[in-house]
Every structure is written in C-alpha cells, then in structure tokens.
Design a protein around this ligand. Structure first.
Ligand code: MSP
Length: 518
C-alpha cells in the first residue's frame, strides 16, 4: 500500500453559488481524505474553482447590469443607456475579475462552513495556474496542436462543443438553450491520434474508470466518436491567451483540467479524481490524451458518481428547488448532512434528495440508533460502574468483523455499505445488551456485569473511529463522553483498531443526547 493519497474534486464554475450536488462530490471526497489521513497516509486533498469559463463572464455581466440598474434606480439618476454589461466604472475584464473574486470567496466560505478538510484551494486565475497552462501548451507533442477551421455549435452552459445529435428540438437538453453557431479559426488537439492508446489503457487498467458501467460508456465514446477538438476560442475578452497568439484564448477545459497539476506539480499523478457523471468524457478521454501527448503520467482512477434529483425532479432555478447545503447543515448539523447523502444513495448511482427522507433517517438511524445506543451504554456505566471504565475484558464481542467489512466497502467507494456495516455492528450491540441484561447482573454477578460493560464501552470507542471520516463531530463527542477525548486521535489507527484500549478506572463524561429527536 502506498503511503500517499492525492484526491481531487472538480473545480466548480463560479457562475452561481454551490448547491447540494456540488456538496455531494465534495463531502464524498472529504470522507476519503479523512479516511486516508486516519490510516496515517500523507494526504493531499485539492479543491478549487474554474474561473476562466464564458459562463462566468455571462453571469458577471448579468450581475453587473443588475447592480448598475439597482444603483440607477436608487439614485434616480438619469443616465444614457450603455451597452450590455459595460459599466461606466470598468472594462469587461475588470467586471469579471471583481465578480470571480467575490464568488470564489463565497465558494471557499461554503466549504469552510461545511468543515471540508481540503489542503489547497486553487483558482484558475492564479498565476501558478496560468503559468502552468501556458507551459503545458508547449509540452504537448509536436503536431498534436494544429490550426483549423471550426464550424459548429457551442453550448456555453456546458462549455462544450455540440453536434446536431446532442440536441433535442435544436436545444441543448441540459441547459434548454440554443447553442451558439461558431465559425472561426481555432487551434485543435489531435484526440483522434490517441484513440487506440486510450482504449488500450482502459483495458489494461480496469481501475482507471470506475464504476464499470461508466468504463463501458467511455470506451464506446472513444471508439465511435472521439474526434479532434478545438482547444481555443477567438477574440474572447476573458481566459488564458494562447502562447504566441493573443487573438486566441485557451478553451476552458484545456485549461481547467490542468489545475490538478498546476496547484502543486509535486503531487502529480492523482490517485483519485472524483467527478459527477456529467464530466466523465473530459476526464477520461480528453484529459488522459492530453497527458499522453505531454508525456505525463495518468491519474490512477477517475470515479464518476451519479446525479440526484430533488423530490423526484431535476434541480433547477426555474423550478425553485435548488438545495442550499449550508442551510441544511445549519438546520441539522454537518454530520447529519454527510450521513444522509452518503447513506441514502449508493455511490455511483443516480438518486433522489428529499428532506423528508433525511428527517426519517435522522430519527430512525441517528436519534434512535446511534444516539440511543451511546446514551444507553453511558447511563449504565454511570449507574453500575460509578461512572468509570470497568476492569478490562480481554475478548471482543462475538463476530467482530466490522473493520474488515468497512474497509472493503470504502476501498470500493461503497459509502452506503460502510455505514450499513457500522449500523449492523450497533444492532449486534443492542442485541447483546438485551441478552445479557446488565440491570439483572447488577443485582448479583458483578464480574460478568463489568465484562459486559467493558465490551460495550470499548465497542463505542471503535464506533468513534469507524465514524471519524464520515461524522467527525459525532466521533469526537463519543471520545469525549468515553473520557478519552482528543488523545484518542493521536493514536495510530492500528492501535485504535485493536481491542482493549480503554483504560479501566478512567472517568466517563456523559453528555447531551447526540441527536435529539426531531
Ligand atoms: N468546471 C467544471 C469542472 C472542471 S474540472 C477540471 C464543471 N463545473 S460545475 O460547477 O458544473 O460542476 C459539475 C460537478 O458538480 C459535477 O461533476 C458534480 O460533481 C457536481 N454536480 C452538479 N450537479 C449535481 C447533481 N444534481 N447531482 C450530483 N452532483 C452534481 O463541470
């Protein structure tokens, strides 16, 4: 096992605020980052924002018009109309820069509020990135970049070139808008030259594209459709200029993908790019071909998860059902949000988000399940063992398999299964309590009573560890209540995973209910 783990999320567009879909990818990545840190690995968790896109420019200008209209009506000043988006106090570039600065700060703040443990946050307007993108342009194999005439369609919503076959009633089905017709001289990248190499790589490295259904989808795309694609746009006011040709701007994907290296080349190659299924073509066809052309290593795995709807409907501004992850986390707690999204939807599949389901899982699995078990054990320790850890019982509970099952599940990114294993273990503890009936043992067999209580307390300590990547606040609270506090986290995992770590005599600190019923 390698001792380093480099994981990335997509860098999100700043044309709007983060919603629950972005939080989903981010939370899943955060769980993995925390899991690998817990295992003592050296982890790099990179996130960031994609600032050079045309869709950001559109939003910036729209926003500027709104702001300037608001100002006008506020001051009641009569001014002559000015062209769309251009304010009297700045050029388009200034307006967009100001906008992306503000939006990047808001995205960053969202991840802080959700307590995401990223090690770095890259903005593609930063010099480290711009410099690397220009350098990479020169690293691509001679002949792989060539000039040609692009005649076709472009959807700014997708930031992607389209063919007639991609459209429904002449519109991009994703964004319900008519794509622009482009006819301009562009630079192209020779993707077609990499078809066979890409297919061979996919075949030889089944771990490269996960899950398997996506692998087949991408392989079919490469085999049947992968053509050279345009990697520049003409006369744009925003974006990274093509080295040596300032009339052309580098196509946003040919720029954005490079964030994974530009942030810190020393970490490349990544172990895992976590992305939504919408952007798999860019990550599993364009990106590896670009890397092959530049003679660089490929990422080990790209995992594409599914999309979710909200209460059965596509999330959209028009429908007004866009879910704000921060509002949810404020209402229920970060840990609850993390638990719900990863428990509800098998990772990789599409699913549905519903606050009603979240509340059901909260009451059923968090309040009645986890919260109740912790309270039950601590109450018994208070009542029957003077609020202290009883003498050590050397044997773990029967069928103590939870760790290996949990580790297997996380290794294949089956978060729902990993959580299920923890809850299954908790179910066994409940059964154990009902069978041993400590309240009866308290009247006679003290040795047996202490043995039972020690097993329960020590099992809770294991649950604290198992939950750590998923629900870090809850996990901390379990350690506090068991009287071991933060010191527990300074242990190497190997030690934390072993049996009989709790020291007899240590005072417990029963706290408030972990999850008060809603
Ligand atoms: N900027 C590009 C990515 C460049 S990476 C080099 C981009 N940005 S995005 O803001 O549109 O984010 C797309 C990602 O957001 C998806 O891949 C997915 O991770 C997440 N999701 C957006 N909507 C989602 C759902 N409805 N459901 C689940 N994830 C969703 O594409």
């Amino acid at each position: 096992m390698s001792n380093r783990f480099y994981i990335t999320t997509p860098i999100y567009y700043v044309n709007d605020l983060p919603h629950i879909g972005h939080a989903y990818t981010t939370i899943a990545s955060d769980v993995l980052a925390r899991y690998h840190r817990m295992r003592g690995e050296e982890v790099r968790f990179l996130m960031g924002v994609d600032e050079n896109a045309q869709k950001n420019v559109e939003s910036a200008l729209k926003n500027a018009v709104i702001v300037s209209k608001a100002k006008q009506s506020h001051t009641m000043a009569k001014r002559s109309p000015r062209p769309f988006g251009v304010r009297d106090d700045g050029s388009v570039r200034d307006i967009v820069q100001k906008y992306v600065d503000e939006m990047a700060a808001k995205w960053k703040m969202t991840w802080d509020e959700l307590d995401i443990s990223n090690d770095d946050f890259i903005r593609t307007t930063e010099p480290r990135h711009v410099k690397y993108v220009k350098k990479f342009w020169g690293m691509v194999k001679k002949g792989d970049i060539y000039k040609g005439q692009y005649e076709g369609l472009y959807c700014v919503g997708c930031e992607s070139y389209k063919t007639e076959a991609d459209l429904v009633d002449g519109k991009c089905p994703e964004h319900n808008r008519v794509p622009e017709k482009l006819s301009e001289e562009n630079y192209f990248f020779k993707l077609s030259a990499y078809r066979d190499k890409l297919l061979a790589h996919i075949k030889k490295h089944p771990e490269f594209i996960q899950p398997e259904t996506r692998r087949n989808e991408v392989a079919a795309y490469i085999r049947d459709h992968a053509q050279d694609f345009s990697i520049s746009r003409k006369n744009l006011e925003w974006g990274i200029p093509v080295p040596g040709d300032p009339t052309q701007t580098i196509y946003v994907w040919f720029d954005a993908l490079l964030n994974y290296i530009s942030a810190n080349p020393k970490w490349w190659p990544a172990d895992l790019h976590l992305v939504g299924k919408d952007i798999i073509k860019f990550h599993c066809a364009y990106w590896p071909a670009m890397l092959m052309s530049a003679g660089m290593k490929l990422p080990r795995t790209v995992f594409a998860h599914g999309f979710f709807t909200v209460d059965g409907q596509k999330m959209s501004k028009t429908l007004g059902n866009v879910v704000d992850p921060v509002a949810l986390a404020k209402k229920y707690g970060n840990d609850v949000l993390r638990y719900y999204v990863l428990r509800e939807i098998p990772f990789g599949e599409d699913g549905d988000f519903s606050e009603e389901r979240l509340r059901q899982r909260y009451n059923g699995e968090l309040a009645n399940g986890l919260g109740n078990l912790v309270a039950r054990v601590l109450t018994m320790l208070e009542k029957y063992a003077e609020g202290r850890i009883p003498p050590r019982h050397k044997e773990p509970p029967k069928h103590f398999h939870v760790w290996s099952r949990y580790e297997d599940a996380i290794a294949s990114l089956q978060f729902d299964r990993a959580l299920e294993e923890i809850w299954h273990f908790m179910g066994e503890l409940d059964t154990f309590i009902d069978k041993e009936q400590p309240w009866k043992l308290a009247k006679g067999d003290k040795d047996k009573l202490f043995a039972v209580l020690y097993v329960l307390a020590e099992s809770l300590r294991h649950i604290g560890w198992l939950l750590l990547p998923f629900m870090p606040v809850t996990s901390q609270s379990i350690f506090e209540q068991l009287g071991v506090g933060k010191a527990e986290l300074r242990r190497p995992l190997k030690e934390g995973q072993s049996w009989g770590v709790l020291v007899p005599g240590v005072k417990i600190k029963k706290g408030n209910a972990l999850f008060p019923r809603l």
